[in-house]
Design a protein around this ligand. Structure first.
Ligand code: SF4
Ligand code: SF4
Length: 395
């Protein structure tokens, strides 16, 4: 197993949502809102004042949306120095999630000055991407991508797999590999703002199959592509702890601030009044947020996971998955864990089983057994040990 010398990811995360507005109209979107206001610099000052005595831990601020670049260059030119200079005790780090359409040379300069890594979205080849996202999306995002690269910005894409695009998984994988792009995937969720919430959603069964497919493709092509989620799942199994928000108790460490200064447990809840935990103007303490109805609901989810997942061998690093996935579709009632549990179990089991089998195989060989007896592989599948070595060397 990988030793845990890896530097801990920054556990304190504050998402800033300058607006829920977005110029795109992606078919399966659940998070944008027409006519959403844009955060003022005054509100950023209030965020700074709120965080002065909130907690002393290194923080990552992620600008998310909606489309955060709608706030414009002036907003970032003022917000970034405010957050950096006024909160030195938190050693702020930044990230930004954007479709890149609104990126201008001016904005790119400001973001480059703070070395901000960018996450963007592409669902695969142009035709497929534009069918799922919107006509002309691909061109506009790629224009922004080129501009970002010219300014030395780092960009990684998230690929949303829907029940439709999953049928083209090979084309999508090859698209990312041939364009030299890291693949990070996201399963389409039921859209709570749509009349047909499940139209694009990827079922947990299909998501599990997709992850196992990608595990094989990744292992076959490790020198040519990186599949971030498979790294994350493998790290969970090999180190025994989660390294992304879905696989830790995010409720104690993640908060999101909406355009009007309302505080939520995560960007996914922004705009849902029942999940407002407080407002930055009132300078709530960690205790105040934890005692709010939304805070208590998040805590109740954690307790539920401790009870319901007790018998699961993956509980230590899975932690019931994403609370939003679990409680948003049931109007806040805690009736189950993240519906993707099935997919998580499938990929965790697959990785653990392959790892154990290869370990047993190599021990058998050392003891003088023949390769066939020592490694009774069910099928001819690519080895997982190179991935173990790769993750260990990146520690
Ligand atoms: S609610 Fe889900 S997406 Fe949000 S921080 Fe928690 S695990 Fe991550
Ligand atoms: S895999 Fe499922 S049962 Fe196991 S900890 Fe995760 S959500 Fe719970």
């Amino acid at each position: 197993m990988i030793r845990q010398k890896r530097k801990q990811k920054r556990p304190f995360h504050v998402m800033i949502i300058p607006t829920l507005g977005c110029p795109s109209k992606c078919a399966y979107c659940w998070s944008s809102e027409v006519g959403s206001p844009i955060m003022s610099i005054e509100t950023v000052r209030e965020i700074v004042a709120w965080l002065q005595d909130f907690r002393i831990d290194p923080v990552t601020f992620t600008f998310h949306g909606g489309e955060p670049l709608l706030a414009g260059a002036d907003f970032y030119r003022q917000a970034l120095p405010l957050l950096t200079k006024e909160l030195p005790q938190l050693e702020p780090n930044f990230a930004l999630q954007t479709n890149l359409w609104m990126l201008t040379p001016e904005l790119a300069d400001v973001l480059a000055e703070y070395n901000i890594p960018i996450g963007s979205s592409l669902d695969g080849p142009q035709e497929l991407n534009d069918l799922q996202r919107s006509e002309g999306y691909y061109e506009r995002t790629m224009r922004g991508y080129r501009l970002a690269k010219e300014h030395g910005l780092q960009v990684q894409f998230i690929c949303t797999f829907t029940c439709y695009s999953e049928q083209f998984k090979e084309d999508i994988f090859n698209f990312f590999m041939s364009n030299d792009l890291t693949l990070k995937l996201h399963p389409a969720l039921p859209s709570l703002r749509s009349d047909e919430p499940d139209r694009w959603a990827l079922s947990p069964e299909k998501y599990g199959e997709l992850l196992v497919y990608l595990l094989d493709k990744y292992l076959e092509n490790m020198d040519r592509i990186e599949v971030r989620n498979i790294n994350d799942y493998a790290r969970c199994v090999f180190t025994g702890r989660g390294t992304v928000c879905t696989f830790v108790d995010c409720m104690e460490n993640t908060f999101a601030v909406g355009p009007d200064g309302s505080i939520y447990p995560c960007y996914r809840f922004v705009g849902m009044p029942e999940y407002v935990m407080g407002n930055v103007r009132d300078r709530p303490s960690q205790q105040d947020l934890a005692q709010s109805p939304a805070g208590l609901r998040m805590r109740a989810f954690k307790d539920y996971v401790d009870r319901e997942c007790k018998g699961c061998k993956h509980i230590r690093y899975c932690r019931g998955g994403c609370p939003y996935n679990a409680i948003a579709p049931t109007n806040g009632e805690i009736k189950g864990v993240d519906p993707h549990c099935l997919a998580y179990k499938r990929i965790f089991d697959e990785i653990a089983e392959r790892f154990n089998q290869e370990m047993m195989g190599s021990m058998g060989l050392e003891m003088g057994l023949s390769a066939k007896t020592a490694s009774p592989s069910k099928e001819n599948r690519p080895a997982i040990m190179p991935l173990v070595r790769k993750l260990a060397s990146n520690q």
